[in-house]
Design a protein. Structure first.
Length: 338
Protein backbone atom coordinates (compact mmCIF):
# COMPACT_ATOMS: atom_id res chain seq x y z
CA UNK A 1 0.00 0.00 0.00
CA UNK A 2 1.54 3.29 -1.14
CA UNK A 3 0.05 5.88 1.21
CA UNK A 4 0.26 9.60 0.49
CA UNK A 5 -0.85 12.72 2.37
CA UNK A 6 -4.61 13.08 2.15
CA UNK A 7 -5.21 9.34 1.73
CA UNK A 8 -8.83 8.25 2.05
CA UNK A 9 -9.01 6.06 5.19
CA UNK A 10 -11.61 3.68 3.77
CA UNK A 11 -9.33 2.78 0.88
CA UNK A 12 -6.38 2.25 3.19
CA UNK A 13 -8.44 -0.05 5.39
CA UNK A 14 -10.15 -2.11 2.71
CA UNK A 15 -6.89 -3.28 1.15
CA UNK A 16 -5.59 -4.51 4.50
CA UNK A 17 -8.96 -6.03 5.34
CA UNK A 18 -9.40 -7.98 2.11
CA UNK A 19 -5.88 -9.12 1.28
CA UNK A 20 -5.21 -9.68 4.96
CA UNK A 21 -8.12 -12.14 5.20
CA UNK A 22 -7.10 -14.29 2.22
CA UNK A 23 -6.08 -17.74 3.42
CA UNK A 24 -5.27 -21.07 1.82
CA UNK A 25 -7.29 -24.22 2.49
CA UNK A 26 -4.76 -25.02 5.22
CA UNK A 27 -5.39 -21.64 6.86
CA UNK A 28 -2.12 -19.99 5.83
CA UNK A 29 -2.10 -16.28 5.00
CA UNK A 30 -1.67 -15.76 1.27
CA UNK A 31 -0.48 -12.13 1.35
CA UNK A 32 1.73 -9.97 3.50
CA UNK A 33 0.36 -6.43 3.41
CA UNK A 34 2.80 -3.60 4.11
CA UNK A 35 2.03 0.12 4.14
CA UNK A 36 4.64 2.57 2.94
CA UNK A 37 4.84 6.26 2.16
CA UNK A 38 7.28 8.65 0.59
CA UNK A 39 9.13 8.15 3.87
CA UNK A 40 8.43 6.16 7.02
CA UNK A 41 6.46 8.03 9.66
CA UNK A 42 3.16 9.90 10.01
CA UNK A 43 0.92 10.50 6.99
CA UNK A 44 -2.11 12.78 7.00
CA UNK A 45 -5.44 11.28 6.01
CA UNK A 46 -8.51 12.99 4.59
CA UNK A 47 -10.12 12.56 8.03
CA UNK A 48 -9.19 14.09 11.39
CA UNK A 49 -6.41 11.61 12.20
CA UNK A 50 -3.00 10.60 10.91
CA UNK A 51 -1.63 7.14 10.23
CA UNK A 52 1.89 5.88 10.78
CA UNK A 53 3.53 3.94 7.94
CA UNK A 54 6.50 1.70 8.83
CA UNK A 55 8.41 2.07 5.54
CA UNK A 56 9.30 4.47 2.78
CA UNK A 57 9.45 4.01 -0.98
CA UNK A 58 12.23 1.45 -0.61
CA UNK A 59 9.49 -1.07 0.25
CA UNK A 60 8.39 -1.00 -3.40
CA UNK A 61 11.62 -2.75 -4.39
CA UNK A 62 10.32 -6.02 -2.91
CA UNK A 63 6.58 -5.72 -3.50
CA UNK A 64 4.85 -8.18 -5.84
CA UNK A 65 1.80 -5.89 -5.99
CA UNK A 66 1.61 -2.15 -5.33
CA UNK A 67 -1.80 -0.62 -4.54
CA UNK A 68 -2.21 3.16 -4.75
CA UNK A 69 -5.29 4.53 -2.94
CA UNK A 70 -6.65 7.98 -3.68
CA UNK A 71 -5.55 11.31 -2.32
CA UNK A 72 -7.97 13.81 -3.81
CA UNK A 73 -5.90 16.80 -2.72
CA UNK A 74 -2.96 15.60 -4.84
CA UNK A 75 -4.33 13.42 -7.63
CA UNK A 76 -6.17 15.87 -9.87
CA UNK A 77 -3.82 18.82 -9.37
CA UNK A 78 -0.27 17.49 -9.47
CA UNK A 79 -0.22 13.68 -9.92
CA UNK A 80 3.25 13.76 -11.49
CA UNK A 81 4.93 15.73 -8.70
CA UNK A 82 7.45 14.22 -6.30
CA UNK A 83 9.17 10.83 -6.30
CA UNK A 84 6.05 8.61 -6.34
CA UNK A 85 5.49 8.27 -10.13
CA UNK A 86 9.15 7.34 -10.70
CA UNK A 87 9.05 4.81 -7.88
CA UNK A 88 5.91 3.22 -9.33
CA UNK A 89 7.45 3.04 -12.79
CA UNK A 90 10.60 1.41 -11.39
CA UNK A 91 8.51 -1.14 -9.46
CA UNK A 92 6.52 -1.99 -12.57
CA UNK A 93 9.63 -2.38 -14.69
CA UNK A 94 10.99 -4.74 -12.06
CA UNK A 95 7.88 -6.90 -12.48
CA UNK A 96 5.45 -5.65 -9.81
CA UNK A 97 1.73 -5.50 -10.52
CA UNK A 98 0.41 -1.97 -9.94
CA UNK A 99 -3.21 -1.12 -9.07
CA UNK A 100 -5.06 2.05 -8.13
CA UNK A 101 -8.26 2.86 -6.30
CA UNK A 102 -10.43 5.81 -7.30
CA UNK A 103 -8.35 8.85 -8.37
CA UNK A 104 -5.14 6.97 -7.67
CA UNK A 105 -5.39 6.29 -11.42
CA UNK A 106 -4.12 9.85 -12.00
CA UNK A 107 -0.80 8.86 -10.42
CA UNK A 108 -0.51 5.70 -12.52
CA UNK A 109 -1.21 7.75 -15.64
CA UNK A 110 1.36 10.37 -14.63
CA UNK A 111 3.92 7.56 -14.29
CA UNK A 112 3.17 6.46 -17.86
CA UNK A 113 1.73 3.12 -16.77
CA UNK A 114 -1.63 3.66 -18.50
CA UNK A 115 -0.36 4.83 -21.88
CA UNK A 116 -2.47 3.18 -24.57
CA UNK A 117 -4.25 1.05 -21.97
CA UNK A 118 -7.85 0.80 -20.82
CA UNK A 119 -8.44 2.33 -17.39
CA UNK A 120 -11.11 3.78 -15.13
CA UNK A 121 -11.42 6.23 -12.26
CA UNK A 122 -14.23 7.88 -10.30
CA UNK A 123 -16.92 9.09 -12.71
CA UNK A 124 -16.83 12.59 -11.21
CA UNK A 125 -13.17 12.86 -12.24
CA UNK A 126 -13.51 11.27 -15.68
CA UNK A 127 -13.61 14.48 -17.72
CA UNK A 128 -10.56 15.93 -16.00
CA UNK A 129 -8.70 12.64 -16.39
CA UNK A 130 -9.44 12.44 -20.12
CA UNK A 131 -8.30 16.03 -20.60
CA UNK A 132 -5.02 15.38 -18.75
CA UNK A 133 -4.31 11.96 -20.26
CA UNK A 134 -5.94 11.74 -23.72
CA UNK A 135 -3.87 8.69 -24.74
CA UNK A 136 -5.44 6.55 -22.01
CA UNK A 137 -8.54 4.56 -22.98
CA UNK A 138 -10.71 5.74 -20.09
CA UNK A 139 -13.92 3.80 -19.44
CA UNK A 140 -15.88 5.66 -16.73
CA UNK A 141 -18.73 3.11 -16.79
CA UNK A 142 -16.95 0.12 -15.21
CA UNK A 143 -16.10 -0.71 -11.60
CA UNK A 144 -12.54 -1.72 -12.48
CA UNK A 145 -10.30 -2.32 -15.48
CA UNK A 146 -7.78 -5.17 -15.63
CA UNK A 147 -4.87 -4.76 -18.03
CA UNK A 148 -2.91 -7.67 -16.58
CA UNK A 149 -0.04 -6.01 -14.75
CA UNK A 150 -1.82 -2.66 -14.33
CA UNK A 151 -5.31 -2.37 -12.84
CA UNK A 152 -7.53 0.59 -11.97
CA UNK A 153 -10.82 0.94 -10.14
CA UNK A 154 -13.60 3.48 -9.75
CA UNK A 155 -14.69 5.21 -6.53
CA UNK A 156 -13.83 4.04 -3.03
CA UNK A 157 -16.13 1.03 -2.74
CA UNK A 158 -15.04 -0.18 -6.17
CA UNK A 159 -11.69 -0.84 -4.52
CA UNK A 160 -13.42 -3.78 -2.83
CA UNK A 161 -14.43 -5.15 -6.23
CA UNK A 162 -10.89 -4.72 -7.52
CA UNK A 163 -9.24 -6.39 -4.52
CA UNK A 164 -11.60 -9.38 -4.70
CA UNK A 165 -10.92 -9.62 -8.42
CA UNK A 166 -7.16 -9.71 -7.84
CA UNK A 167 -7.52 -12.31 -5.09
CA UNK A 168 -9.67 -14.41 -7.39
CA UNK A 169 -7.15 -14.05 -10.21
CA UNK A 170 -4.31 -15.03 -7.88
CA UNK A 171 -5.90 -17.85 -5.90
CA UNK A 172 -9.26 -18.75 -7.41
CA UNK A 173 -12.96 -18.19 -6.75
CA UNK A 174 -13.10 -20.22 -3.54
CA UNK A 175 -10.53 -18.05 -1.75
CA UNK A 176 -12.09 -14.81 -3.01
CA UNK A 177 -15.54 -16.05 -2.04
CA UNK A 178 -14.35 -16.86 1.47
CA UNK A 179 -12.85 -13.37 1.84
CA UNK A 180 -16.11 -11.84 0.59
CA UNK A 181 -18.20 -13.87 3.05
CA UNK A 182 -15.96 -12.96 5.96
CA UNK A 183 -16.17 -9.29 5.02
CA UNK A 184 -19.94 -9.53 4.33
CA UNK A 185 -19.72 -8.17 0.79
CA UNK A 186 -20.78 -9.75 -2.53
CA UNK A 187 -17.93 -11.60 -4.28
CA UNK A 188 -18.97 -9.97 -7.54
CA UNK A 189 -21.22 -6.97 -8.13
CA UNK A 190 -23.43 -6.89 -11.19
CA UNK A 191 -23.28 -3.92 -13.51
CA UNK A 192 -20.72 -1.16 -13.50
CA UNK A 193 -20.09 2.36 -12.32
CA UNK A 194 -22.61 3.58 -14.89
CA UNK A 195 -25.45 2.76 -12.52
CA UNK A 196 -24.09 5.34 -10.02
CA UNK A 197 -23.50 8.21 -12.43
CA UNK A 198 -25.85 11.10 -11.65
CA UNK A 199 -28.71 11.47 -14.13
CA UNK A 200 -31.98 13.41 -14.06
CA UNK A 201 -34.39 11.96 -11.54
CA UNK A 202 -36.52 9.25 -13.15
CA UNK A 203 -40.27 9.31 -13.04
CA UNK A 204 -41.72 7.65 -9.94
CA UNK A 205 -42.12 3.88 -10.17
CA UNK A 206 -40.15 3.77 -13.43
CA UNK A 207 -39.43 0.19 -14.44
CA UNK A 208 -35.89 -1.17 -14.33
CA UNK A 209 -34.08 -4.04 -15.99
CA UNK A 210 -32.97 -5.63 -12.71
CA UNK A 211 -35.67 -8.34 -12.59
CA UNK A 212 -34.91 -9.29 -16.18
CA UNK A 213 -31.22 -9.67 -15.35
CA UNK A 214 -32.08 -11.82 -12.34
CA UNK A 215 -34.33 -13.97 -14.53
CA UNK A 216 -31.55 -14.40 -17.11
CA UNK A 217 -29.00 -15.42 -14.46
CA UNK A 218 -31.21 -18.39 -13.59
CA UNK A 219 -31.29 -19.47 -17.24
CA UNK A 220 -27.74 -19.00 -18.47
CA UNK A 221 -27.76 -22.59 -19.71
CA UNK A 222 -30.71 -21.83 -21.98
CA UNK A 223 -31.01 -19.62 -25.08
CA UNK A 224 -32.04 -16.15 -23.87
CA UNK A 225 -33.21 -13.65 -26.46
CA UNK A 226 -33.38 -9.88 -26.29
CA UNK A 227 -37.12 -10.06 -26.94
CA UNK A 228 -37.58 -12.37 -23.93
CA UNK A 229 -35.59 -10.03 -21.69
CA UNK A 230 -37.58 -7.02 -22.84
CA UNK A 231 -40.84 -8.90 -22.26
CA UNK A 232 -39.78 -9.74 -18.69
CA UNK A 233 -39.34 -6.01 -18.08
CA UNK A 234 -42.60 -5.14 -19.89
CA UNK A 235 -40.72 -2.89 -22.30
CA UNK A 236 -40.20 -2.65 -26.01
CA UNK A 237 -36.88 -4.02 -27.23
CA UNK A 238 -35.66 -0.52 -28.04
CA UNK A 239 -36.59 0.91 -24.63
CA UNK A 240 -35.19 -2.11 -22.82
CA UNK A 241 -31.87 -1.91 -24.68
CA UNK A 242 -31.50 1.79 -23.87
CA UNK A 243 -32.46 1.35 -20.21
CA UNK A 244 -30.26 -1.72 -19.85
CA UNK A 245 -27.20 0.16 -21.10
CA UNK A 246 -27.94 3.03 -18.72
CA UNK A 247 -28.19 0.69 -15.73
CA UNK A 248 -25.52 -1.93 -16.52
CA UNK A 249 -23.11 0.11 -18.62
CA UNK A 250 -23.07 -2.43 -21.48
CA UNK A 251 -25.50 -3.88 -24.00
CA UNK A 252 -27.65 -6.90 -23.04
CA UNK A 253 -25.64 -9.16 -25.37
CA UNK A 254 -22.29 -8.14 -23.85
CA UNK A 255 -23.68 -8.49 -20.31
CA UNK A 256 -25.09 -11.95 -21.04
CA UNK A 257 -21.80 -13.14 -22.55
CA UNK A 258 -19.91 -11.89 -19.50
CA UNK A 259 -22.25 -13.72 -17.13
CA UNK A 260 -21.80 -16.92 -19.10
CA UNK A 261 -18.04 -16.55 -18.96
CA UNK A 262 -18.26 -16.09 -15.18
CA UNK A 263 -20.44 -19.19 -14.89
CA UNK A 264 -17.97 -21.17 -17.01
CA UNK A 265 -15.06 -19.99 -14.86
CA UNK A 266 -16.91 -21.08 -11.74
CA UNK A 267 -17.58 -24.53 -13.20
CA UNK A 268 -13.98 -24.92 -14.38
CA UNK A 269 -12.71 -24.01 -10.93
CA UNK A 270 -15.17 -25.93 -8.79
CA UNK A 271 -16.08 -29.05 -10.80
CA UNK A 272 -14.44 -31.81 -12.84
CA UNK A 273 -16.99 -31.54 -15.64
CA UNK A 274 -15.58 -32.01 -19.16
CA UNK A 275 -15.28 -28.81 -21.16
CA UNK A 276 -18.22 -29.86 -23.34
CA UNK A 277 -20.49 -30.07 -20.28
CA UNK A 278 -19.17 -26.76 -18.93
CA UNK A 279 -20.03 -25.19 -22.29
CA UNK A 280 -23.58 -26.57 -22.10
CA UNK A 281 -24.20 -25.49 -18.52
CA UNK A 282 -22.87 -21.98 -19.09
CA UNK A 283 -24.93 -21.47 -22.23
CA UNK A 284 -22.22 -21.51 -24.87
CA UNK A 285 -23.48 -24.76 -26.37
CA UNK A 286 -20.20 -26.07 -27.74
CA UNK A 287 -16.66 -26.36 -26.44
CA UNK A 288 -15.46 -24.31 -29.41
CA UNK A 289 -17.75 -21.43 -28.51
CA UNK A 290 -16.70 -21.57 -24.85
CA UNK A 291 -13.05 -21.66 -25.86
CA UNK A 292 -13.43 -18.58 -28.06
CA UNK A 293 -15.26 -16.55 -25.41
CA UNK A 294 -12.93 -17.55 -22.56
CA UNK A 295 -9.87 -16.81 -24.69
CA UNK A 296 -11.26 -13.36 -25.47
CA UNK A 297 -12.16 -12.68 -21.82
CA UNK A 298 -9.13 -13.98 -19.91
CA UNK A 299 -6.62 -14.93 -22.60
CA UNK A 300 -6.40 -18.71 -21.99
CA UNK A 301 -8.17 -21.90 -23.04
CA UNK A 302 -10.55 -23.75 -20.68
CA UNK A 303 -8.01 -26.49 -19.97
CA UNK A 304 -5.28 -23.97 -19.21
CA UNK A 305 -7.62 -21.98 -16.97
CA UNK A 306 -8.63 -25.10 -15.07
CA UNK A 307 -5.03 -26.22 -14.67
CA UNK A 308 -4.13 -22.81 -13.22
CA UNK A 309 -6.89 -22.71 -10.64
CA UNK A 310 -7.41 -26.38 -9.81
CA UNK A 311 -4.20 -28.14 -10.79
CA UNK A 312 -3.79 -30.56 -13.67
CA UNK A 313 -4.80 -33.57 -11.58
CA UNK A 314 -8.41 -32.34 -11.44
CA UNK A 315 -8.88 -32.35 -15.21
CA UNK A 316 -10.54 -35.52 -16.57
CA UNK A 317 -8.24 -37.40 -18.94
CA UNK A 318 -10.45 -36.96 -22.00
CA UNK A 319 -10.81 -33.27 -21.23
CA UNK A 320 -7.06 -32.91 -20.73
CA UNK A 321 -6.31 -34.61 -24.05
CA UNK A 322 -8.84 -32.46 -25.88
CA UNK A 323 -7.53 -29.34 -24.15
CA UNK A 324 -3.95 -30.19 -25.02
CA UNK A 325 -4.86 -30.65 -28.68
CA UNK A 326 -6.76 -27.37 -28.69
CA UNK A 327 -3.93 -25.55 -26.89
CA UNK A 328 -1.44 -26.89 -29.39
CA UNK A 329 -3.66 -25.88 -32.29
CA UNK A 330 -4.17 -22.41 -30.81
CA UNK A 331 -0.43 -22.10 -30.29
CA UNK A 332 0.24 -22.90 -33.96
CA UNK A 333 -2.30 -20.29 -34.99
CA UNK A 334 -0.82 -17.69 -32.67
CA UNK A 335 2.67 -18.43 -33.97
CA UNK A 336 1.48 -18.05 -37.55
CA UNK A 337 -0.21 -14.76 -36.68
CA UNK A 338 2.97 -13.42 -35.13
Amino acid sequence: MLVRDGVLPMELGLVHQLFGRARSAAGDLLYEVVSCGVAAGPVRTAADFDVHVPAGLEALREAATVVVPASHELDERCPGAGPVPGALLAAHRRGARVASICTGAFVLAAAGLLEGRRATTHWLSADRFSAMFPSVGLDPAVLYADEGDVLTSAGEAAGIDLCLHMIRRDHGAAVAGDVARRTVVPPHREGGQAQFIARPVAAPREATTGPARAWALERLHEPVTLAELAARASMSVRTFTRRFRQEAGVSPAVWLARQRVERARQLLEETDLPVERVAERSGFGTAASLRAHLQAAVGVSPSAYRATFRGPQTVPQDDARNGARNDARDGVRAGAAR
